[in-house]
Design a binder for this molecule. Structure first.
Ligand code: PEP
Ligand code: MN
Length: 332
């Protein structure tokens, strides 16, 4: 159950109620918000006088649910807003990994020329082999910060584990929590303490309920700026890397109040169909698209098979605009 206290309720009073109802508690700028376990369906009578409004909830998808907020939350990525009434579909693009100053600068030059405002690049890569490239770490984050300073991008970069979460929070504008890291409570709780935007990628074996509940860890710590990203789940199929769960996207749009971004690159895993898939994603009326693009994918240090060449991405962007317009959206 979600409880809004009256605005006059003191911190001490609010915390007393939180303790006795085993609630998460934060202040949203106007009042204290308490989130009890969802099995509680009524406000205990001794606290009735201090409650402004309460929402009994079916399950632990609470702050992120449409039963709490009917409108999609508005979330900022740099100067661009997504969700709310914006009808924006923000394209976030860039290489899988930051590899060198030359590579990230070439990427930045392309994105700037094409009007892309959100540059992605991983510096802590969650690889499936310890012998693969693991990312440039802090050096990569510093390169991304330089690109932001020079070109004005917002930077999207991922956290692999809690050891470097503070560095990513410091350098990135959007903290990406990877598919393999979305259950890491150290990361989720650190992201709850900042007001920076957090993009949570769905694990490839994660149910929609678990995915939505990962967002609750961030929301219930007082950070309302959360975006969900579908990037493919594991099915029986082996010809494609994963299976992009568009049914799941329909569910997220119906039942959660969080902006939804789609990542066709990791879902398909191969360059040949990324453009078709990206158009299908945008046709669903989504809030954002995450695409991997590399100046020379043949020599990319991670995800070489799926990253688009620069000319392919330029062409895709042209094709996405009318698709977005057809569903009442604007590519940003
Ligand atoms: C990535 O975005 O490069 C990445 C590693 O994605 P995921 O966490 O979805 O595998
Ligand atoms: Mn990648």
């Amino acid at each position: 159950m979600i409880i809004h206290t009256k605005s006059t309720v003191s911190e001490a009073e609010a915390h007393k109620i939180a303790q006795s109802t085993k609630s998460a508690i934060f202040h949203d700028g106007a009042r204290f918000v308490l989130v009890t376990p969802s099995k509680m369906k009524e406000v205990p009578s001794q606290f009735a006088g201090i409650v402004e409004k309460s929402w009994p909830m079916a399950d632990d998808l609470q702050l992120g649910s449409r039963s709490y907020l009917t409108e999609t939350r508005t979330v900022k990525i740099g100067n661009t807003e997504i969700g709310g009434n914006t009808k924006n579909t923000l394209v976030i693009a860039g290489p899988c990994s930051v590899e060198s100053v030359e590579q990230i600068r070439q990427s930045a030059e392309l994105m700037k020329r094409l009007g892309i405002t959100a540059l992605r690049g991983g510096c802590y890569k969650p690889r499936t082999s310890p012998y693969s490239f693991q990312g440039l770490g802090l050096e990569g984050l510093q390169l991304l910060s330089k690109m932001r300073d020079e070109y004005g991008f917002s930077i999207v970069s991922e956290v692999r584990d809690a050891t470097h979460v503070d560095d990513v929070i410091e350098h990135a504008d959007v903290i990406q929590i990877g598919a393999k890291s979305m259950y890491d409570h150290g990361i989720l709780k650190a992201c709850a303490k900042t007001q920076k935007t957090v993009l949570i990628k769905r694990g490839f074996g994660t149910t929609l309920q678990e995915f939505a509940q990962a967002a609750e860890f961030v929301l219930s710590g007082g950070n309302p700026n959360v975006i969900l990203c579908e990037r493919g789940i594991r099915t029986f199929e082996t010809k494609t890397r994963f299976t992009l769960d568009l049914c799941g996207v329909a569910w997220l749009k119906e039942y959660t109040n969080l902006p939804v971004v789609l990542d066709p690159s990791h879902a398909l895993g191969y360059r040949y169909g990324i453009s078709d898939l990206a158009k299908a994603c945008v046709a669903m009326g989504i809030d954002g698209l995450l695409v991997e693009v590399h100046p020379n994918p043949a020599v990319a240090k991670s995800d070489a098979a799926q990253q688009l060449y620069h000319d392919q991405f330029e062409q895709l962007l042209k094709e996405l605009k009318p698709v977005a317009n057809a569903v009442g959206r604007t590519i940003k």
